[in-house]
Structures are given as C-alpha cells and as structure tokens.
Write a protein that binds this ligand. Sequence first.
Ligand code: CTP
Length: 402
Amino acid sequence: MARIVLGVSGGIAAYKAVEVLRRLTEAGHEVTVAPTAAALRFVGAPTWAALSGRPVHDEVWADADQVPHVRLGQRADLVLVAPATADLLARAAHGRADDLLTATLLTARCPVLFAPAMHTEMWAHPATVDNVAALRRRGAVVLAPGVGRLAGADSGPGRLPEPAEIVELAQLLVCRPDALPADLTGRRVLVSAGGTREPLDPVRFLGNRSSGRQGWALASVAAARGAEVAVVAANVERPDPAGARVARVGDAAELRTAVAELAADADVVVMAAAVADFRPADPVAHKIKKSAGAPAPIALAVNPDVLAELVAARRPGQVIVGFAAETGDDAGDVLAHGRAKLARKGCDLLVVNAVGGGRAFGRPDNAGAILGADGSFVEVPLGPKAVLAAAVWDAVAARLGS
Ligand code: CTP
C-alpha cells in the first residue's frame, strides 16, 4: 500500500482519470486526489471524494492549519498527474506554485509520473517539447501520449495513455522508485510480443496461450525510459502501448519478415513473442469439412528460428534478448534448460519463465530469471510483469555501450 497523490489537470481526459483512481484504490493504495480548478469543470469533487474515500484537496486555502500545500507532496510515495495538460506541464517545468497541485509537485521528493493529454499541435509545440525535456532532465517520468481520437473530430498523438497502462507504470514506481530512469533515451528498441497462429485452413490455426502482456510491459517500460519503441505483435488484442509503433502480424512467417526489417536499425531486440516452432505443412484454401470422413493427420513443417537468425545477423553492439518458457523435466530443471538454451541460441540475455500450473500466460504477474551470456544471473520474484520488464531493461542498459 502506498500513499499516492493523483493530480488531475483540466482536459477532457479528466474523465479517464476516474478509471485510474478506481484501479489504484482497488489495488489497495491510499489515493488523495488534487484536481486543478479547471479539472473540476470536467469532473466534480464528489466523484473524486467518493471513489478515493478521502477528502479532495483542490485549494491551498482550505485546512491551512495542516499546511496542505507542503504536506501532500512531502508525505507522498508517488505523485501521478493524469491527465497532464500542456498548461500543467508548463507550470511544473517552470517551478510555479500557483495552485495546490503545482505546490505539491515542488515539495514532492518521491517519483513523479506525468501522463500527458492534449491536442497534437500543443504536444508538438517547441514550448511543450522544451517543458517535457526540462521535467525529464530533472528526473520526472513523462509518458508519451497515445495516438488516436482526440476531443472533437481530431485524431493524432495526444491521447491520454490507457488507464491500465498508467496504473501499471505507477505501481511499478511504487514497487521500485528507480525503475524508470531515462537510460534508454535515443535508443531504438524492438520488442516482439504475443503468440503466432499458424493457419490450418481459413478458420483454424495452431496457436499458443501467449497474451502479449509481458511484451506490452516491456514496450511500455522501455518507452517510459526514453527509448524509441517498435513492437511486432502477433495476435495481441490490447490497445497500443503509449509511445510505441506497433506492427500487427498473424503467423510466424509474417513475424519473421517484420522483425527482420525492424531489427536492422535497432540497438536492442527483445524476442518476447511465443513463435510457433511448427506450422501445418499444407494449409488448405477452403474450410476442412467434417463430411470428408475421418480427419487426415496434420503434417507439420519446421518454422525458421527468428531469434537464431537475429543472432546470426547481429550488428556490433546490438543487444539481443530471448525468452524461454520452461517447465522442467527428467532432463533438467527450469534453469538447466534455460542455460542450455542460452548457449544454443547465442543471445546476450535469456529470460527464463517457469510455466505450467496457471503461471505466466495471460496473467498480470510473472517471475523469471535473467541469464546473461557472461554468466550473470538475476532472479526476479513473482510480481507485476512491469517489474520483470524493468529488470530486463536494467540488464540491457548495462550492456549497451555509451
Ligand atoms: N523463437 C523464435 N523463433 C522460433 C521459436 C522461438 O525466434 N521459431 C524465440 C522466442 O521468441 C523466444 C526464444 O526463441 O525468445 C525461445 O523459444 P523456444 O521455443 O522456447 O526455444 P526452442 O529453441 O524452440 O526450444 P524448445 O525445445 O524448448 O521449444
């Protein structure tokens, strides 16, 4: 349980902050909402009070004996501003303290996370670009906004990142205040996510249980750490992570083509996707009918190993990370299989997950061991997938040259 100040500034996306608040309180955090005066024109104080179960702090003059303009920030484990409008970012960047939220930002010594939302022109304006750079330079985490429908008929970069993603990153900072340094700034990273589906006929496929959640967490954490992120997503039904470009693919062949193209100029490639090792050798163009009698056995062909191809084509300095889902068997335990696979695949890092018994697939949490080709070993206990993602990026950042 952490003490979180949820600052809400005055944009139409304030209504989505209600969902952010609900998720944070359901996770057991004590959330104090500090809306700006403009935010209260979009969503009123009773909504924030009812959902947080706490008084709403919206001005410096109330309860002056408790010095709220100082106390709120001093006591917080995290200050999250969602939505952060262009005006709020400007005031924060200039150290203004003209309302309770900006005063709180000046007194807070805990991690500060801004989730921006504004029109594309405002986000792209040099004034906002400078303000965001100043805030990041001082250690705040400023997420890239999502791309899509904005207020009115407009569309483009400027949407508030998805509430679930904001909360995932907020919880990461609560678990690990140092989890989102700007150490991937200027780096191009490629993450593959999800699970391929190998067609048998136009309606059937051979697939696997990967949901894409771990790959999404990797993309989201990398973007928050400053990277330029590309994602190749195989059958992931989730909204794009904020700040990432997502190429959607279906089968292993499509994934291989997309990954090969994007890996060419990536500093880091993380293969979190569950790529099918085999595909039906002869997919048929029409639906296979029951009336055709006893089903024919499905002949399988071997898919190319994309990770092995990446390793073979690796540029000097490029860091390549593989994932391995293992159950352990008579031949060895999960880690023994992981070490053997790391040696076989030739990547720099291998993240080994123990699977089976309902672990890993489709769940919000994951545990893993990060094995390095240099013999390093980092164990990440069961926790949110973003925590494992942050540990992976720590290991990657340590291997990237300056
Ligand atoms: N992978 C890949 N291409 C494939 C299969 C897997 O790039 N055709 C990548 C996955 O994205 C993952 C890693 O390889 O990063 C481990 O995949 P896995 O299937 O566990 O490895 P295999 O060598 O197939 O080992 P196993 O015998 O356990 O299936």
